[in-house]
Design a binder for this molecule. Sequence first.
Ligand SMILES: *Cc1c(COP(=O)(O)O)cnc(C)c1O
Length: 371
Amino acid sequence: MIPFCDPHASYLAHKEEIDDAIKRVLDSGWYVLGKEVEAFENEFATFHNDTFHATGVANGTDAIAICIRGLGLGVGDEIITTSHTAVATVAGIEQAGCTPVFADIDPFSRCISIKSIKERIGSRTRAIMPVHIYGQPAEMQRILDIAQTHKLEIIEDCSQAHGAEIDGIKVGTFANVSAFSCYPTKNLGGTGDGGIILTRSKEFAEKTKSLRQYGWNEQRESIIAGFNSRLDEVQAAILRVKLKHLTTDNEIRRSIAKKYNDAFSELPMLLPCLPSNELHAMHLYVIECDRRDELLNYLKSNQIGASLHYPLAVHQHTAYANRMQGNDDLPVTNNFYQKNLTLPLYPELSNEAVQHIISTLVNWFRKGYRH
Ligand SMILES: *Cc1c(COP(=O)(O)O)cnc(C)c1O
């Protein structure tokens, strides 16, 4: 079976460097929030923009919650985001005490719809949280314009889009604050949980460094109510290795996506867009088609680990159904969830596997689809 993602292959691809990094940490005797975390933060910030700052945290959900708390938002404040995202986006907003409000998505980018954001803005709206879903950058310039007009904060959820760009500018640097997950399956993934916050402001970076550890100041006095969301040294050391390969890995992801797009261009499916002014991080390659469940089974019976990302939109999960604002008016999101299907795509996917996936899919449309 060709898996839809393969963190083990990613480890094997950089095994020597990763093993050395782990050993270096074990031998150092310092295991949480130390030199490796600091180096990772600096390298991650520099990768995006020399003038930015970063704060390593325990996971992407915490990165979102800490960003929100760091901005001074909390109970009663509404944040407009999408239901087409990882539950983590919404969990992070609620963890910070805020109220998520769902906007619909654009049918082609699958990112937050500008028109829908405008419809959702009300007196309690404080922020917009665009998700660069599957590695596709959201329409940041238009979101910045809306935010400026209505005096709203923006928090970019970049958990699926490490290294994505619009006109040469990296996602995560459009907003003043952004959150990333470094979970093993992400484009920049460790071998355990991890997350990182990126910010334009040195002050905000310092505040998040306090928030991640009980709100401590240097004397270990809690000056604000905080979290325990520390990043460990082993993950940071591994993520430093992975960061060095991120640009190349993303290029390989895009080249596989381009092969898929070229091969599928005549088939009755909606494919990911690859606009020439953007670098898509191609975290997941997601198509939309009719008879999706039949195609999914056909692919599985041909050893292709296609899957659904996600099987449910957030507002369709039991925990969130019937209580989220905006959830009765998400036609594009609802339609997407009837049709979406994720094909395997990761830097270590062999050309042979890519060709097998292409020919199997093309074959299904040529033969099976008409029966
Ligand atoms: C993975 C992910 C997160 C957060 O993930 P953690 O599992 O908490 O690290 C947040 N948002 C999106 C869109 C994600 O894909």
